[in-house]
Ligand binder design. Sequence first.
Ligand SMILES: Cc1cc2nc3c(=O)[nH]c(=O)nc-3n(C[C@H](O)[C@H](O)[C@H](O)COP(=O)(O)OP(=O)(O)OC[C@H]3O[C@@H](n4cnc5c(N)ncnc54)[C@H](O)[C@@H]3O)c2cc1C
Length: 338
Amino acid sequence: MPEIVIVGAGPGGLAAAKMLAEAGKDVLVLEKNEIPGLKVCAGGLTNLELSYGIPKSILERQFNRVLLNLEGTEVSLKDSGKIMCTVRRTNLGKFQAKQAQKAGAEIRYNAKVTEISKNFVKVGKEKIPFKFLIGADGSASIVREYLGLKSNKWAICMEYEVKGRFKDLEFIFNRKLFGSLFAWIFPYKNSAMIGAGCYSNEISAAEIRTNLDEWCAEKGYKIKGKKLIAAPLNMSYEGFKFKNVFLVGDAAGFIMDLTGKGIGPAIISGEEVARGILSSKYDFTQIEELLKIKAAQEKTRKIIATRPYLTKLCYLLMPALIRIPHINHKILSMVGLQ
Ligand SMILES: Cc1cc2nc3c(=O)[nH]c(=O)nc-3n(C[C@H](O)[C@H](O)[C@H](O)COP(=O)(O)OP(=O)(O)OC[C@H]3O[C@@H](n4cnc5c(N)ncnc54)[C@H](O)[C@@H]3O)c2cc1C
């Protein structure tokens, strides 16, 4: 019997699996897909994720500046080191899975969990018992559902992969088109992920698609015949520790409210939950830190959603503000780019 069962081989589940297996625990990861990393995602990473051991060799591109278009006001956020990079999620998944397996974790693919009870999870007809259960199964988490937690805050994100060599990594804020979220261009080696996200209570998925398509056409990005991939994101945090059952990453709603950054929070929460299982006295300090940043981002996003004049004023002042070093630093830290 595995001591710890982890549902989902995403960044959160694999980070937890690696740490627990390194500590000698008997860990089983159950993944519904046949390989790790089959996830709709733009693959944008910052220095934060790299500090968790993601090697530069698997990265697509690295950038030492990030361009923001704030309703027409153009701003370039810079840092002395590289502040953002991109990775293909299948490459990240492959890397993390290898690390977890090397540490001794077992990963079972094509293993969709369809039922959960107090003592076991069910894959097909097989009942797999556990002492601890970690729900690392993303926004539509079956473990979260088993815990009876509601999600009252959803975002929808969608993107195209467009061929070509794109120079800059860009965020485009435009409340009319994308509400309080944004569109993005995340360049890879010979393509870019061009997408947009919005909160479902602000703009419908159909509308955001139309807005994204029209915006791409206006900018001359060739999306005709390209497949649009989309996924909902659970932005609602309702706790992560429920006796012997834990939630990490998107399943817990750790994704950041303004930047939509979820890979780092998934890795951090995965490792935190592993520490909590290894030591019952562990106080989850890094999860507290994550929740503070999430709350600050939620505040800023609500201002964007509800205070158009104040937002526009901030956008207009931004080019001057970011020339002040400590404000530049504050903005980079607030959006997790440092
Ligand atoms: C369009 C889009 C763009 C994004 N871009 C970025 C970005 O640039 N940077 C960033 O940081 N974040 C981005 N995100 C968010 C990011 O993808 C997620 O926050 C991150 O993947 C969360 O990791 P996770 O481990 O919690 O869950 P996931 O990565 O969703 O992994 C969950 C795993 O569980 C598996 N699973 C689900 N249900 C079951 C089941 N019943 N049984 C077995 N296995 C199951 C899934 O197959 C999956 O492998 C983006 C999201 C979207 C939708």
